[in-house]
Design a protein around this ligand. Structure first.
Ligand SMILES: [Zn+2]
Length: 245
């Protein structure tokens, strides 16, 4: 799902941003990474910080490069040619956030899972971290509340800036499945279930927006943000475990 042009312009005006603004993506990604075993995270080498700071924004950077000539901060890819392998599937469909079509979304997850695993197994940490950043963005954007039901840009933007401090401390990451395909299917099922909860909470979120109740908005955005961070954590944990076998 590509961000609408006017929305992207609006968000870029405040700095490179996307469905969630950059800050929330970084908060969710950092929370996910912090919950993984250090011995496994070592497979990302010196790219770990770039994953949480820059690569988790790659799909937004790609869209902004494509439409507005945006120059992404290093070490993100600096040209469309360099960004395409991470942000477009071989069938040229963009990998950004869920399309809410199971076949399509499973194709996106498998595209990312297979490339992350291959890069980890062949000790290409920069490539693994870039694909992992796109995976994080995909899962996080998909659980951004306004993404599950279309909202006007002003509401959309207002609802995505809010995310309270987030931590998965005390939670152990879980193997998502016994192999790449079952793991991707299980993560997709969890993503769809969390999106259903988002849909149910949308009336309350819109009411909070109407009365400008920022605390209520933040509270309603907390659970989807935590769910997204858990999906990122379990996806990466599973792939890091597979790569270590
Ligand atoms: Zn995005």
């Amino acid at each position: 799902m590509r961000p609408a042009g006017p929305l992207l312009v609006l968000l870029l005006a405040a700095g490179p941003a996307g469905a969630w603004e950059g800050g929330p993506h970084r908060i969710m990604t950092r929370a996910a990474l912090a919950s993984l075993p250090a011995a496994r995270l070592a497979a990302f080498g010196s790219e770990l910080n770039a994953l949480a700071e820059t690569y988790c924004m790659l799909p937004d950077y790609y869209a902004a490069m494509l439409h507005y000539g945006f120059r992404a901060p290093r070490p993100a890819p600096q040209s469309l040619d360099e960004a395409v392998p991470y942000c477009l599937r071989p069938d040229r469909e963009p990998v950004h956030s869920a399309a809410w079509d199971r076949r399509d979304d499973l194709a996106s997850l498998l595209f990312l899972y297979e490339r992350i695993l291959d890069a980890l197994r062949h000790r290409r940490p920069a490539e693994a971290a870039r694909y992992a950043g796109v995976l994080a963005h995909f899962l996080e954007d998909s659980l951004s509340p306004p993404h599950v039901v279309g909202q006007p840009p002003d509401v959309h933007a207002a609802l995505e800036k809010r995310i309270p401090p987030l931590s998965l401390a005390g939670r152990s990451p879980r193997l998502a499945g016994a192999g790449v395909v079952p793991a991707a299917e299980a993560i997709l099922n969890r993503l769809y279930a969390a999106a259903d909860i988002n849909r149910g909470n949308m009336p309350a979120l819109l009411q909070a927006h109407a009365r400008k109740d920022q605390n209520a908005i933040a509270a309603l955005c907390f659970e989807p943000a935590r769910a997204a961070a858990e999906l990122v954590a379990d996806s990466l944990y599973t792939l890091l475990e597979f790569a270590a076998r």
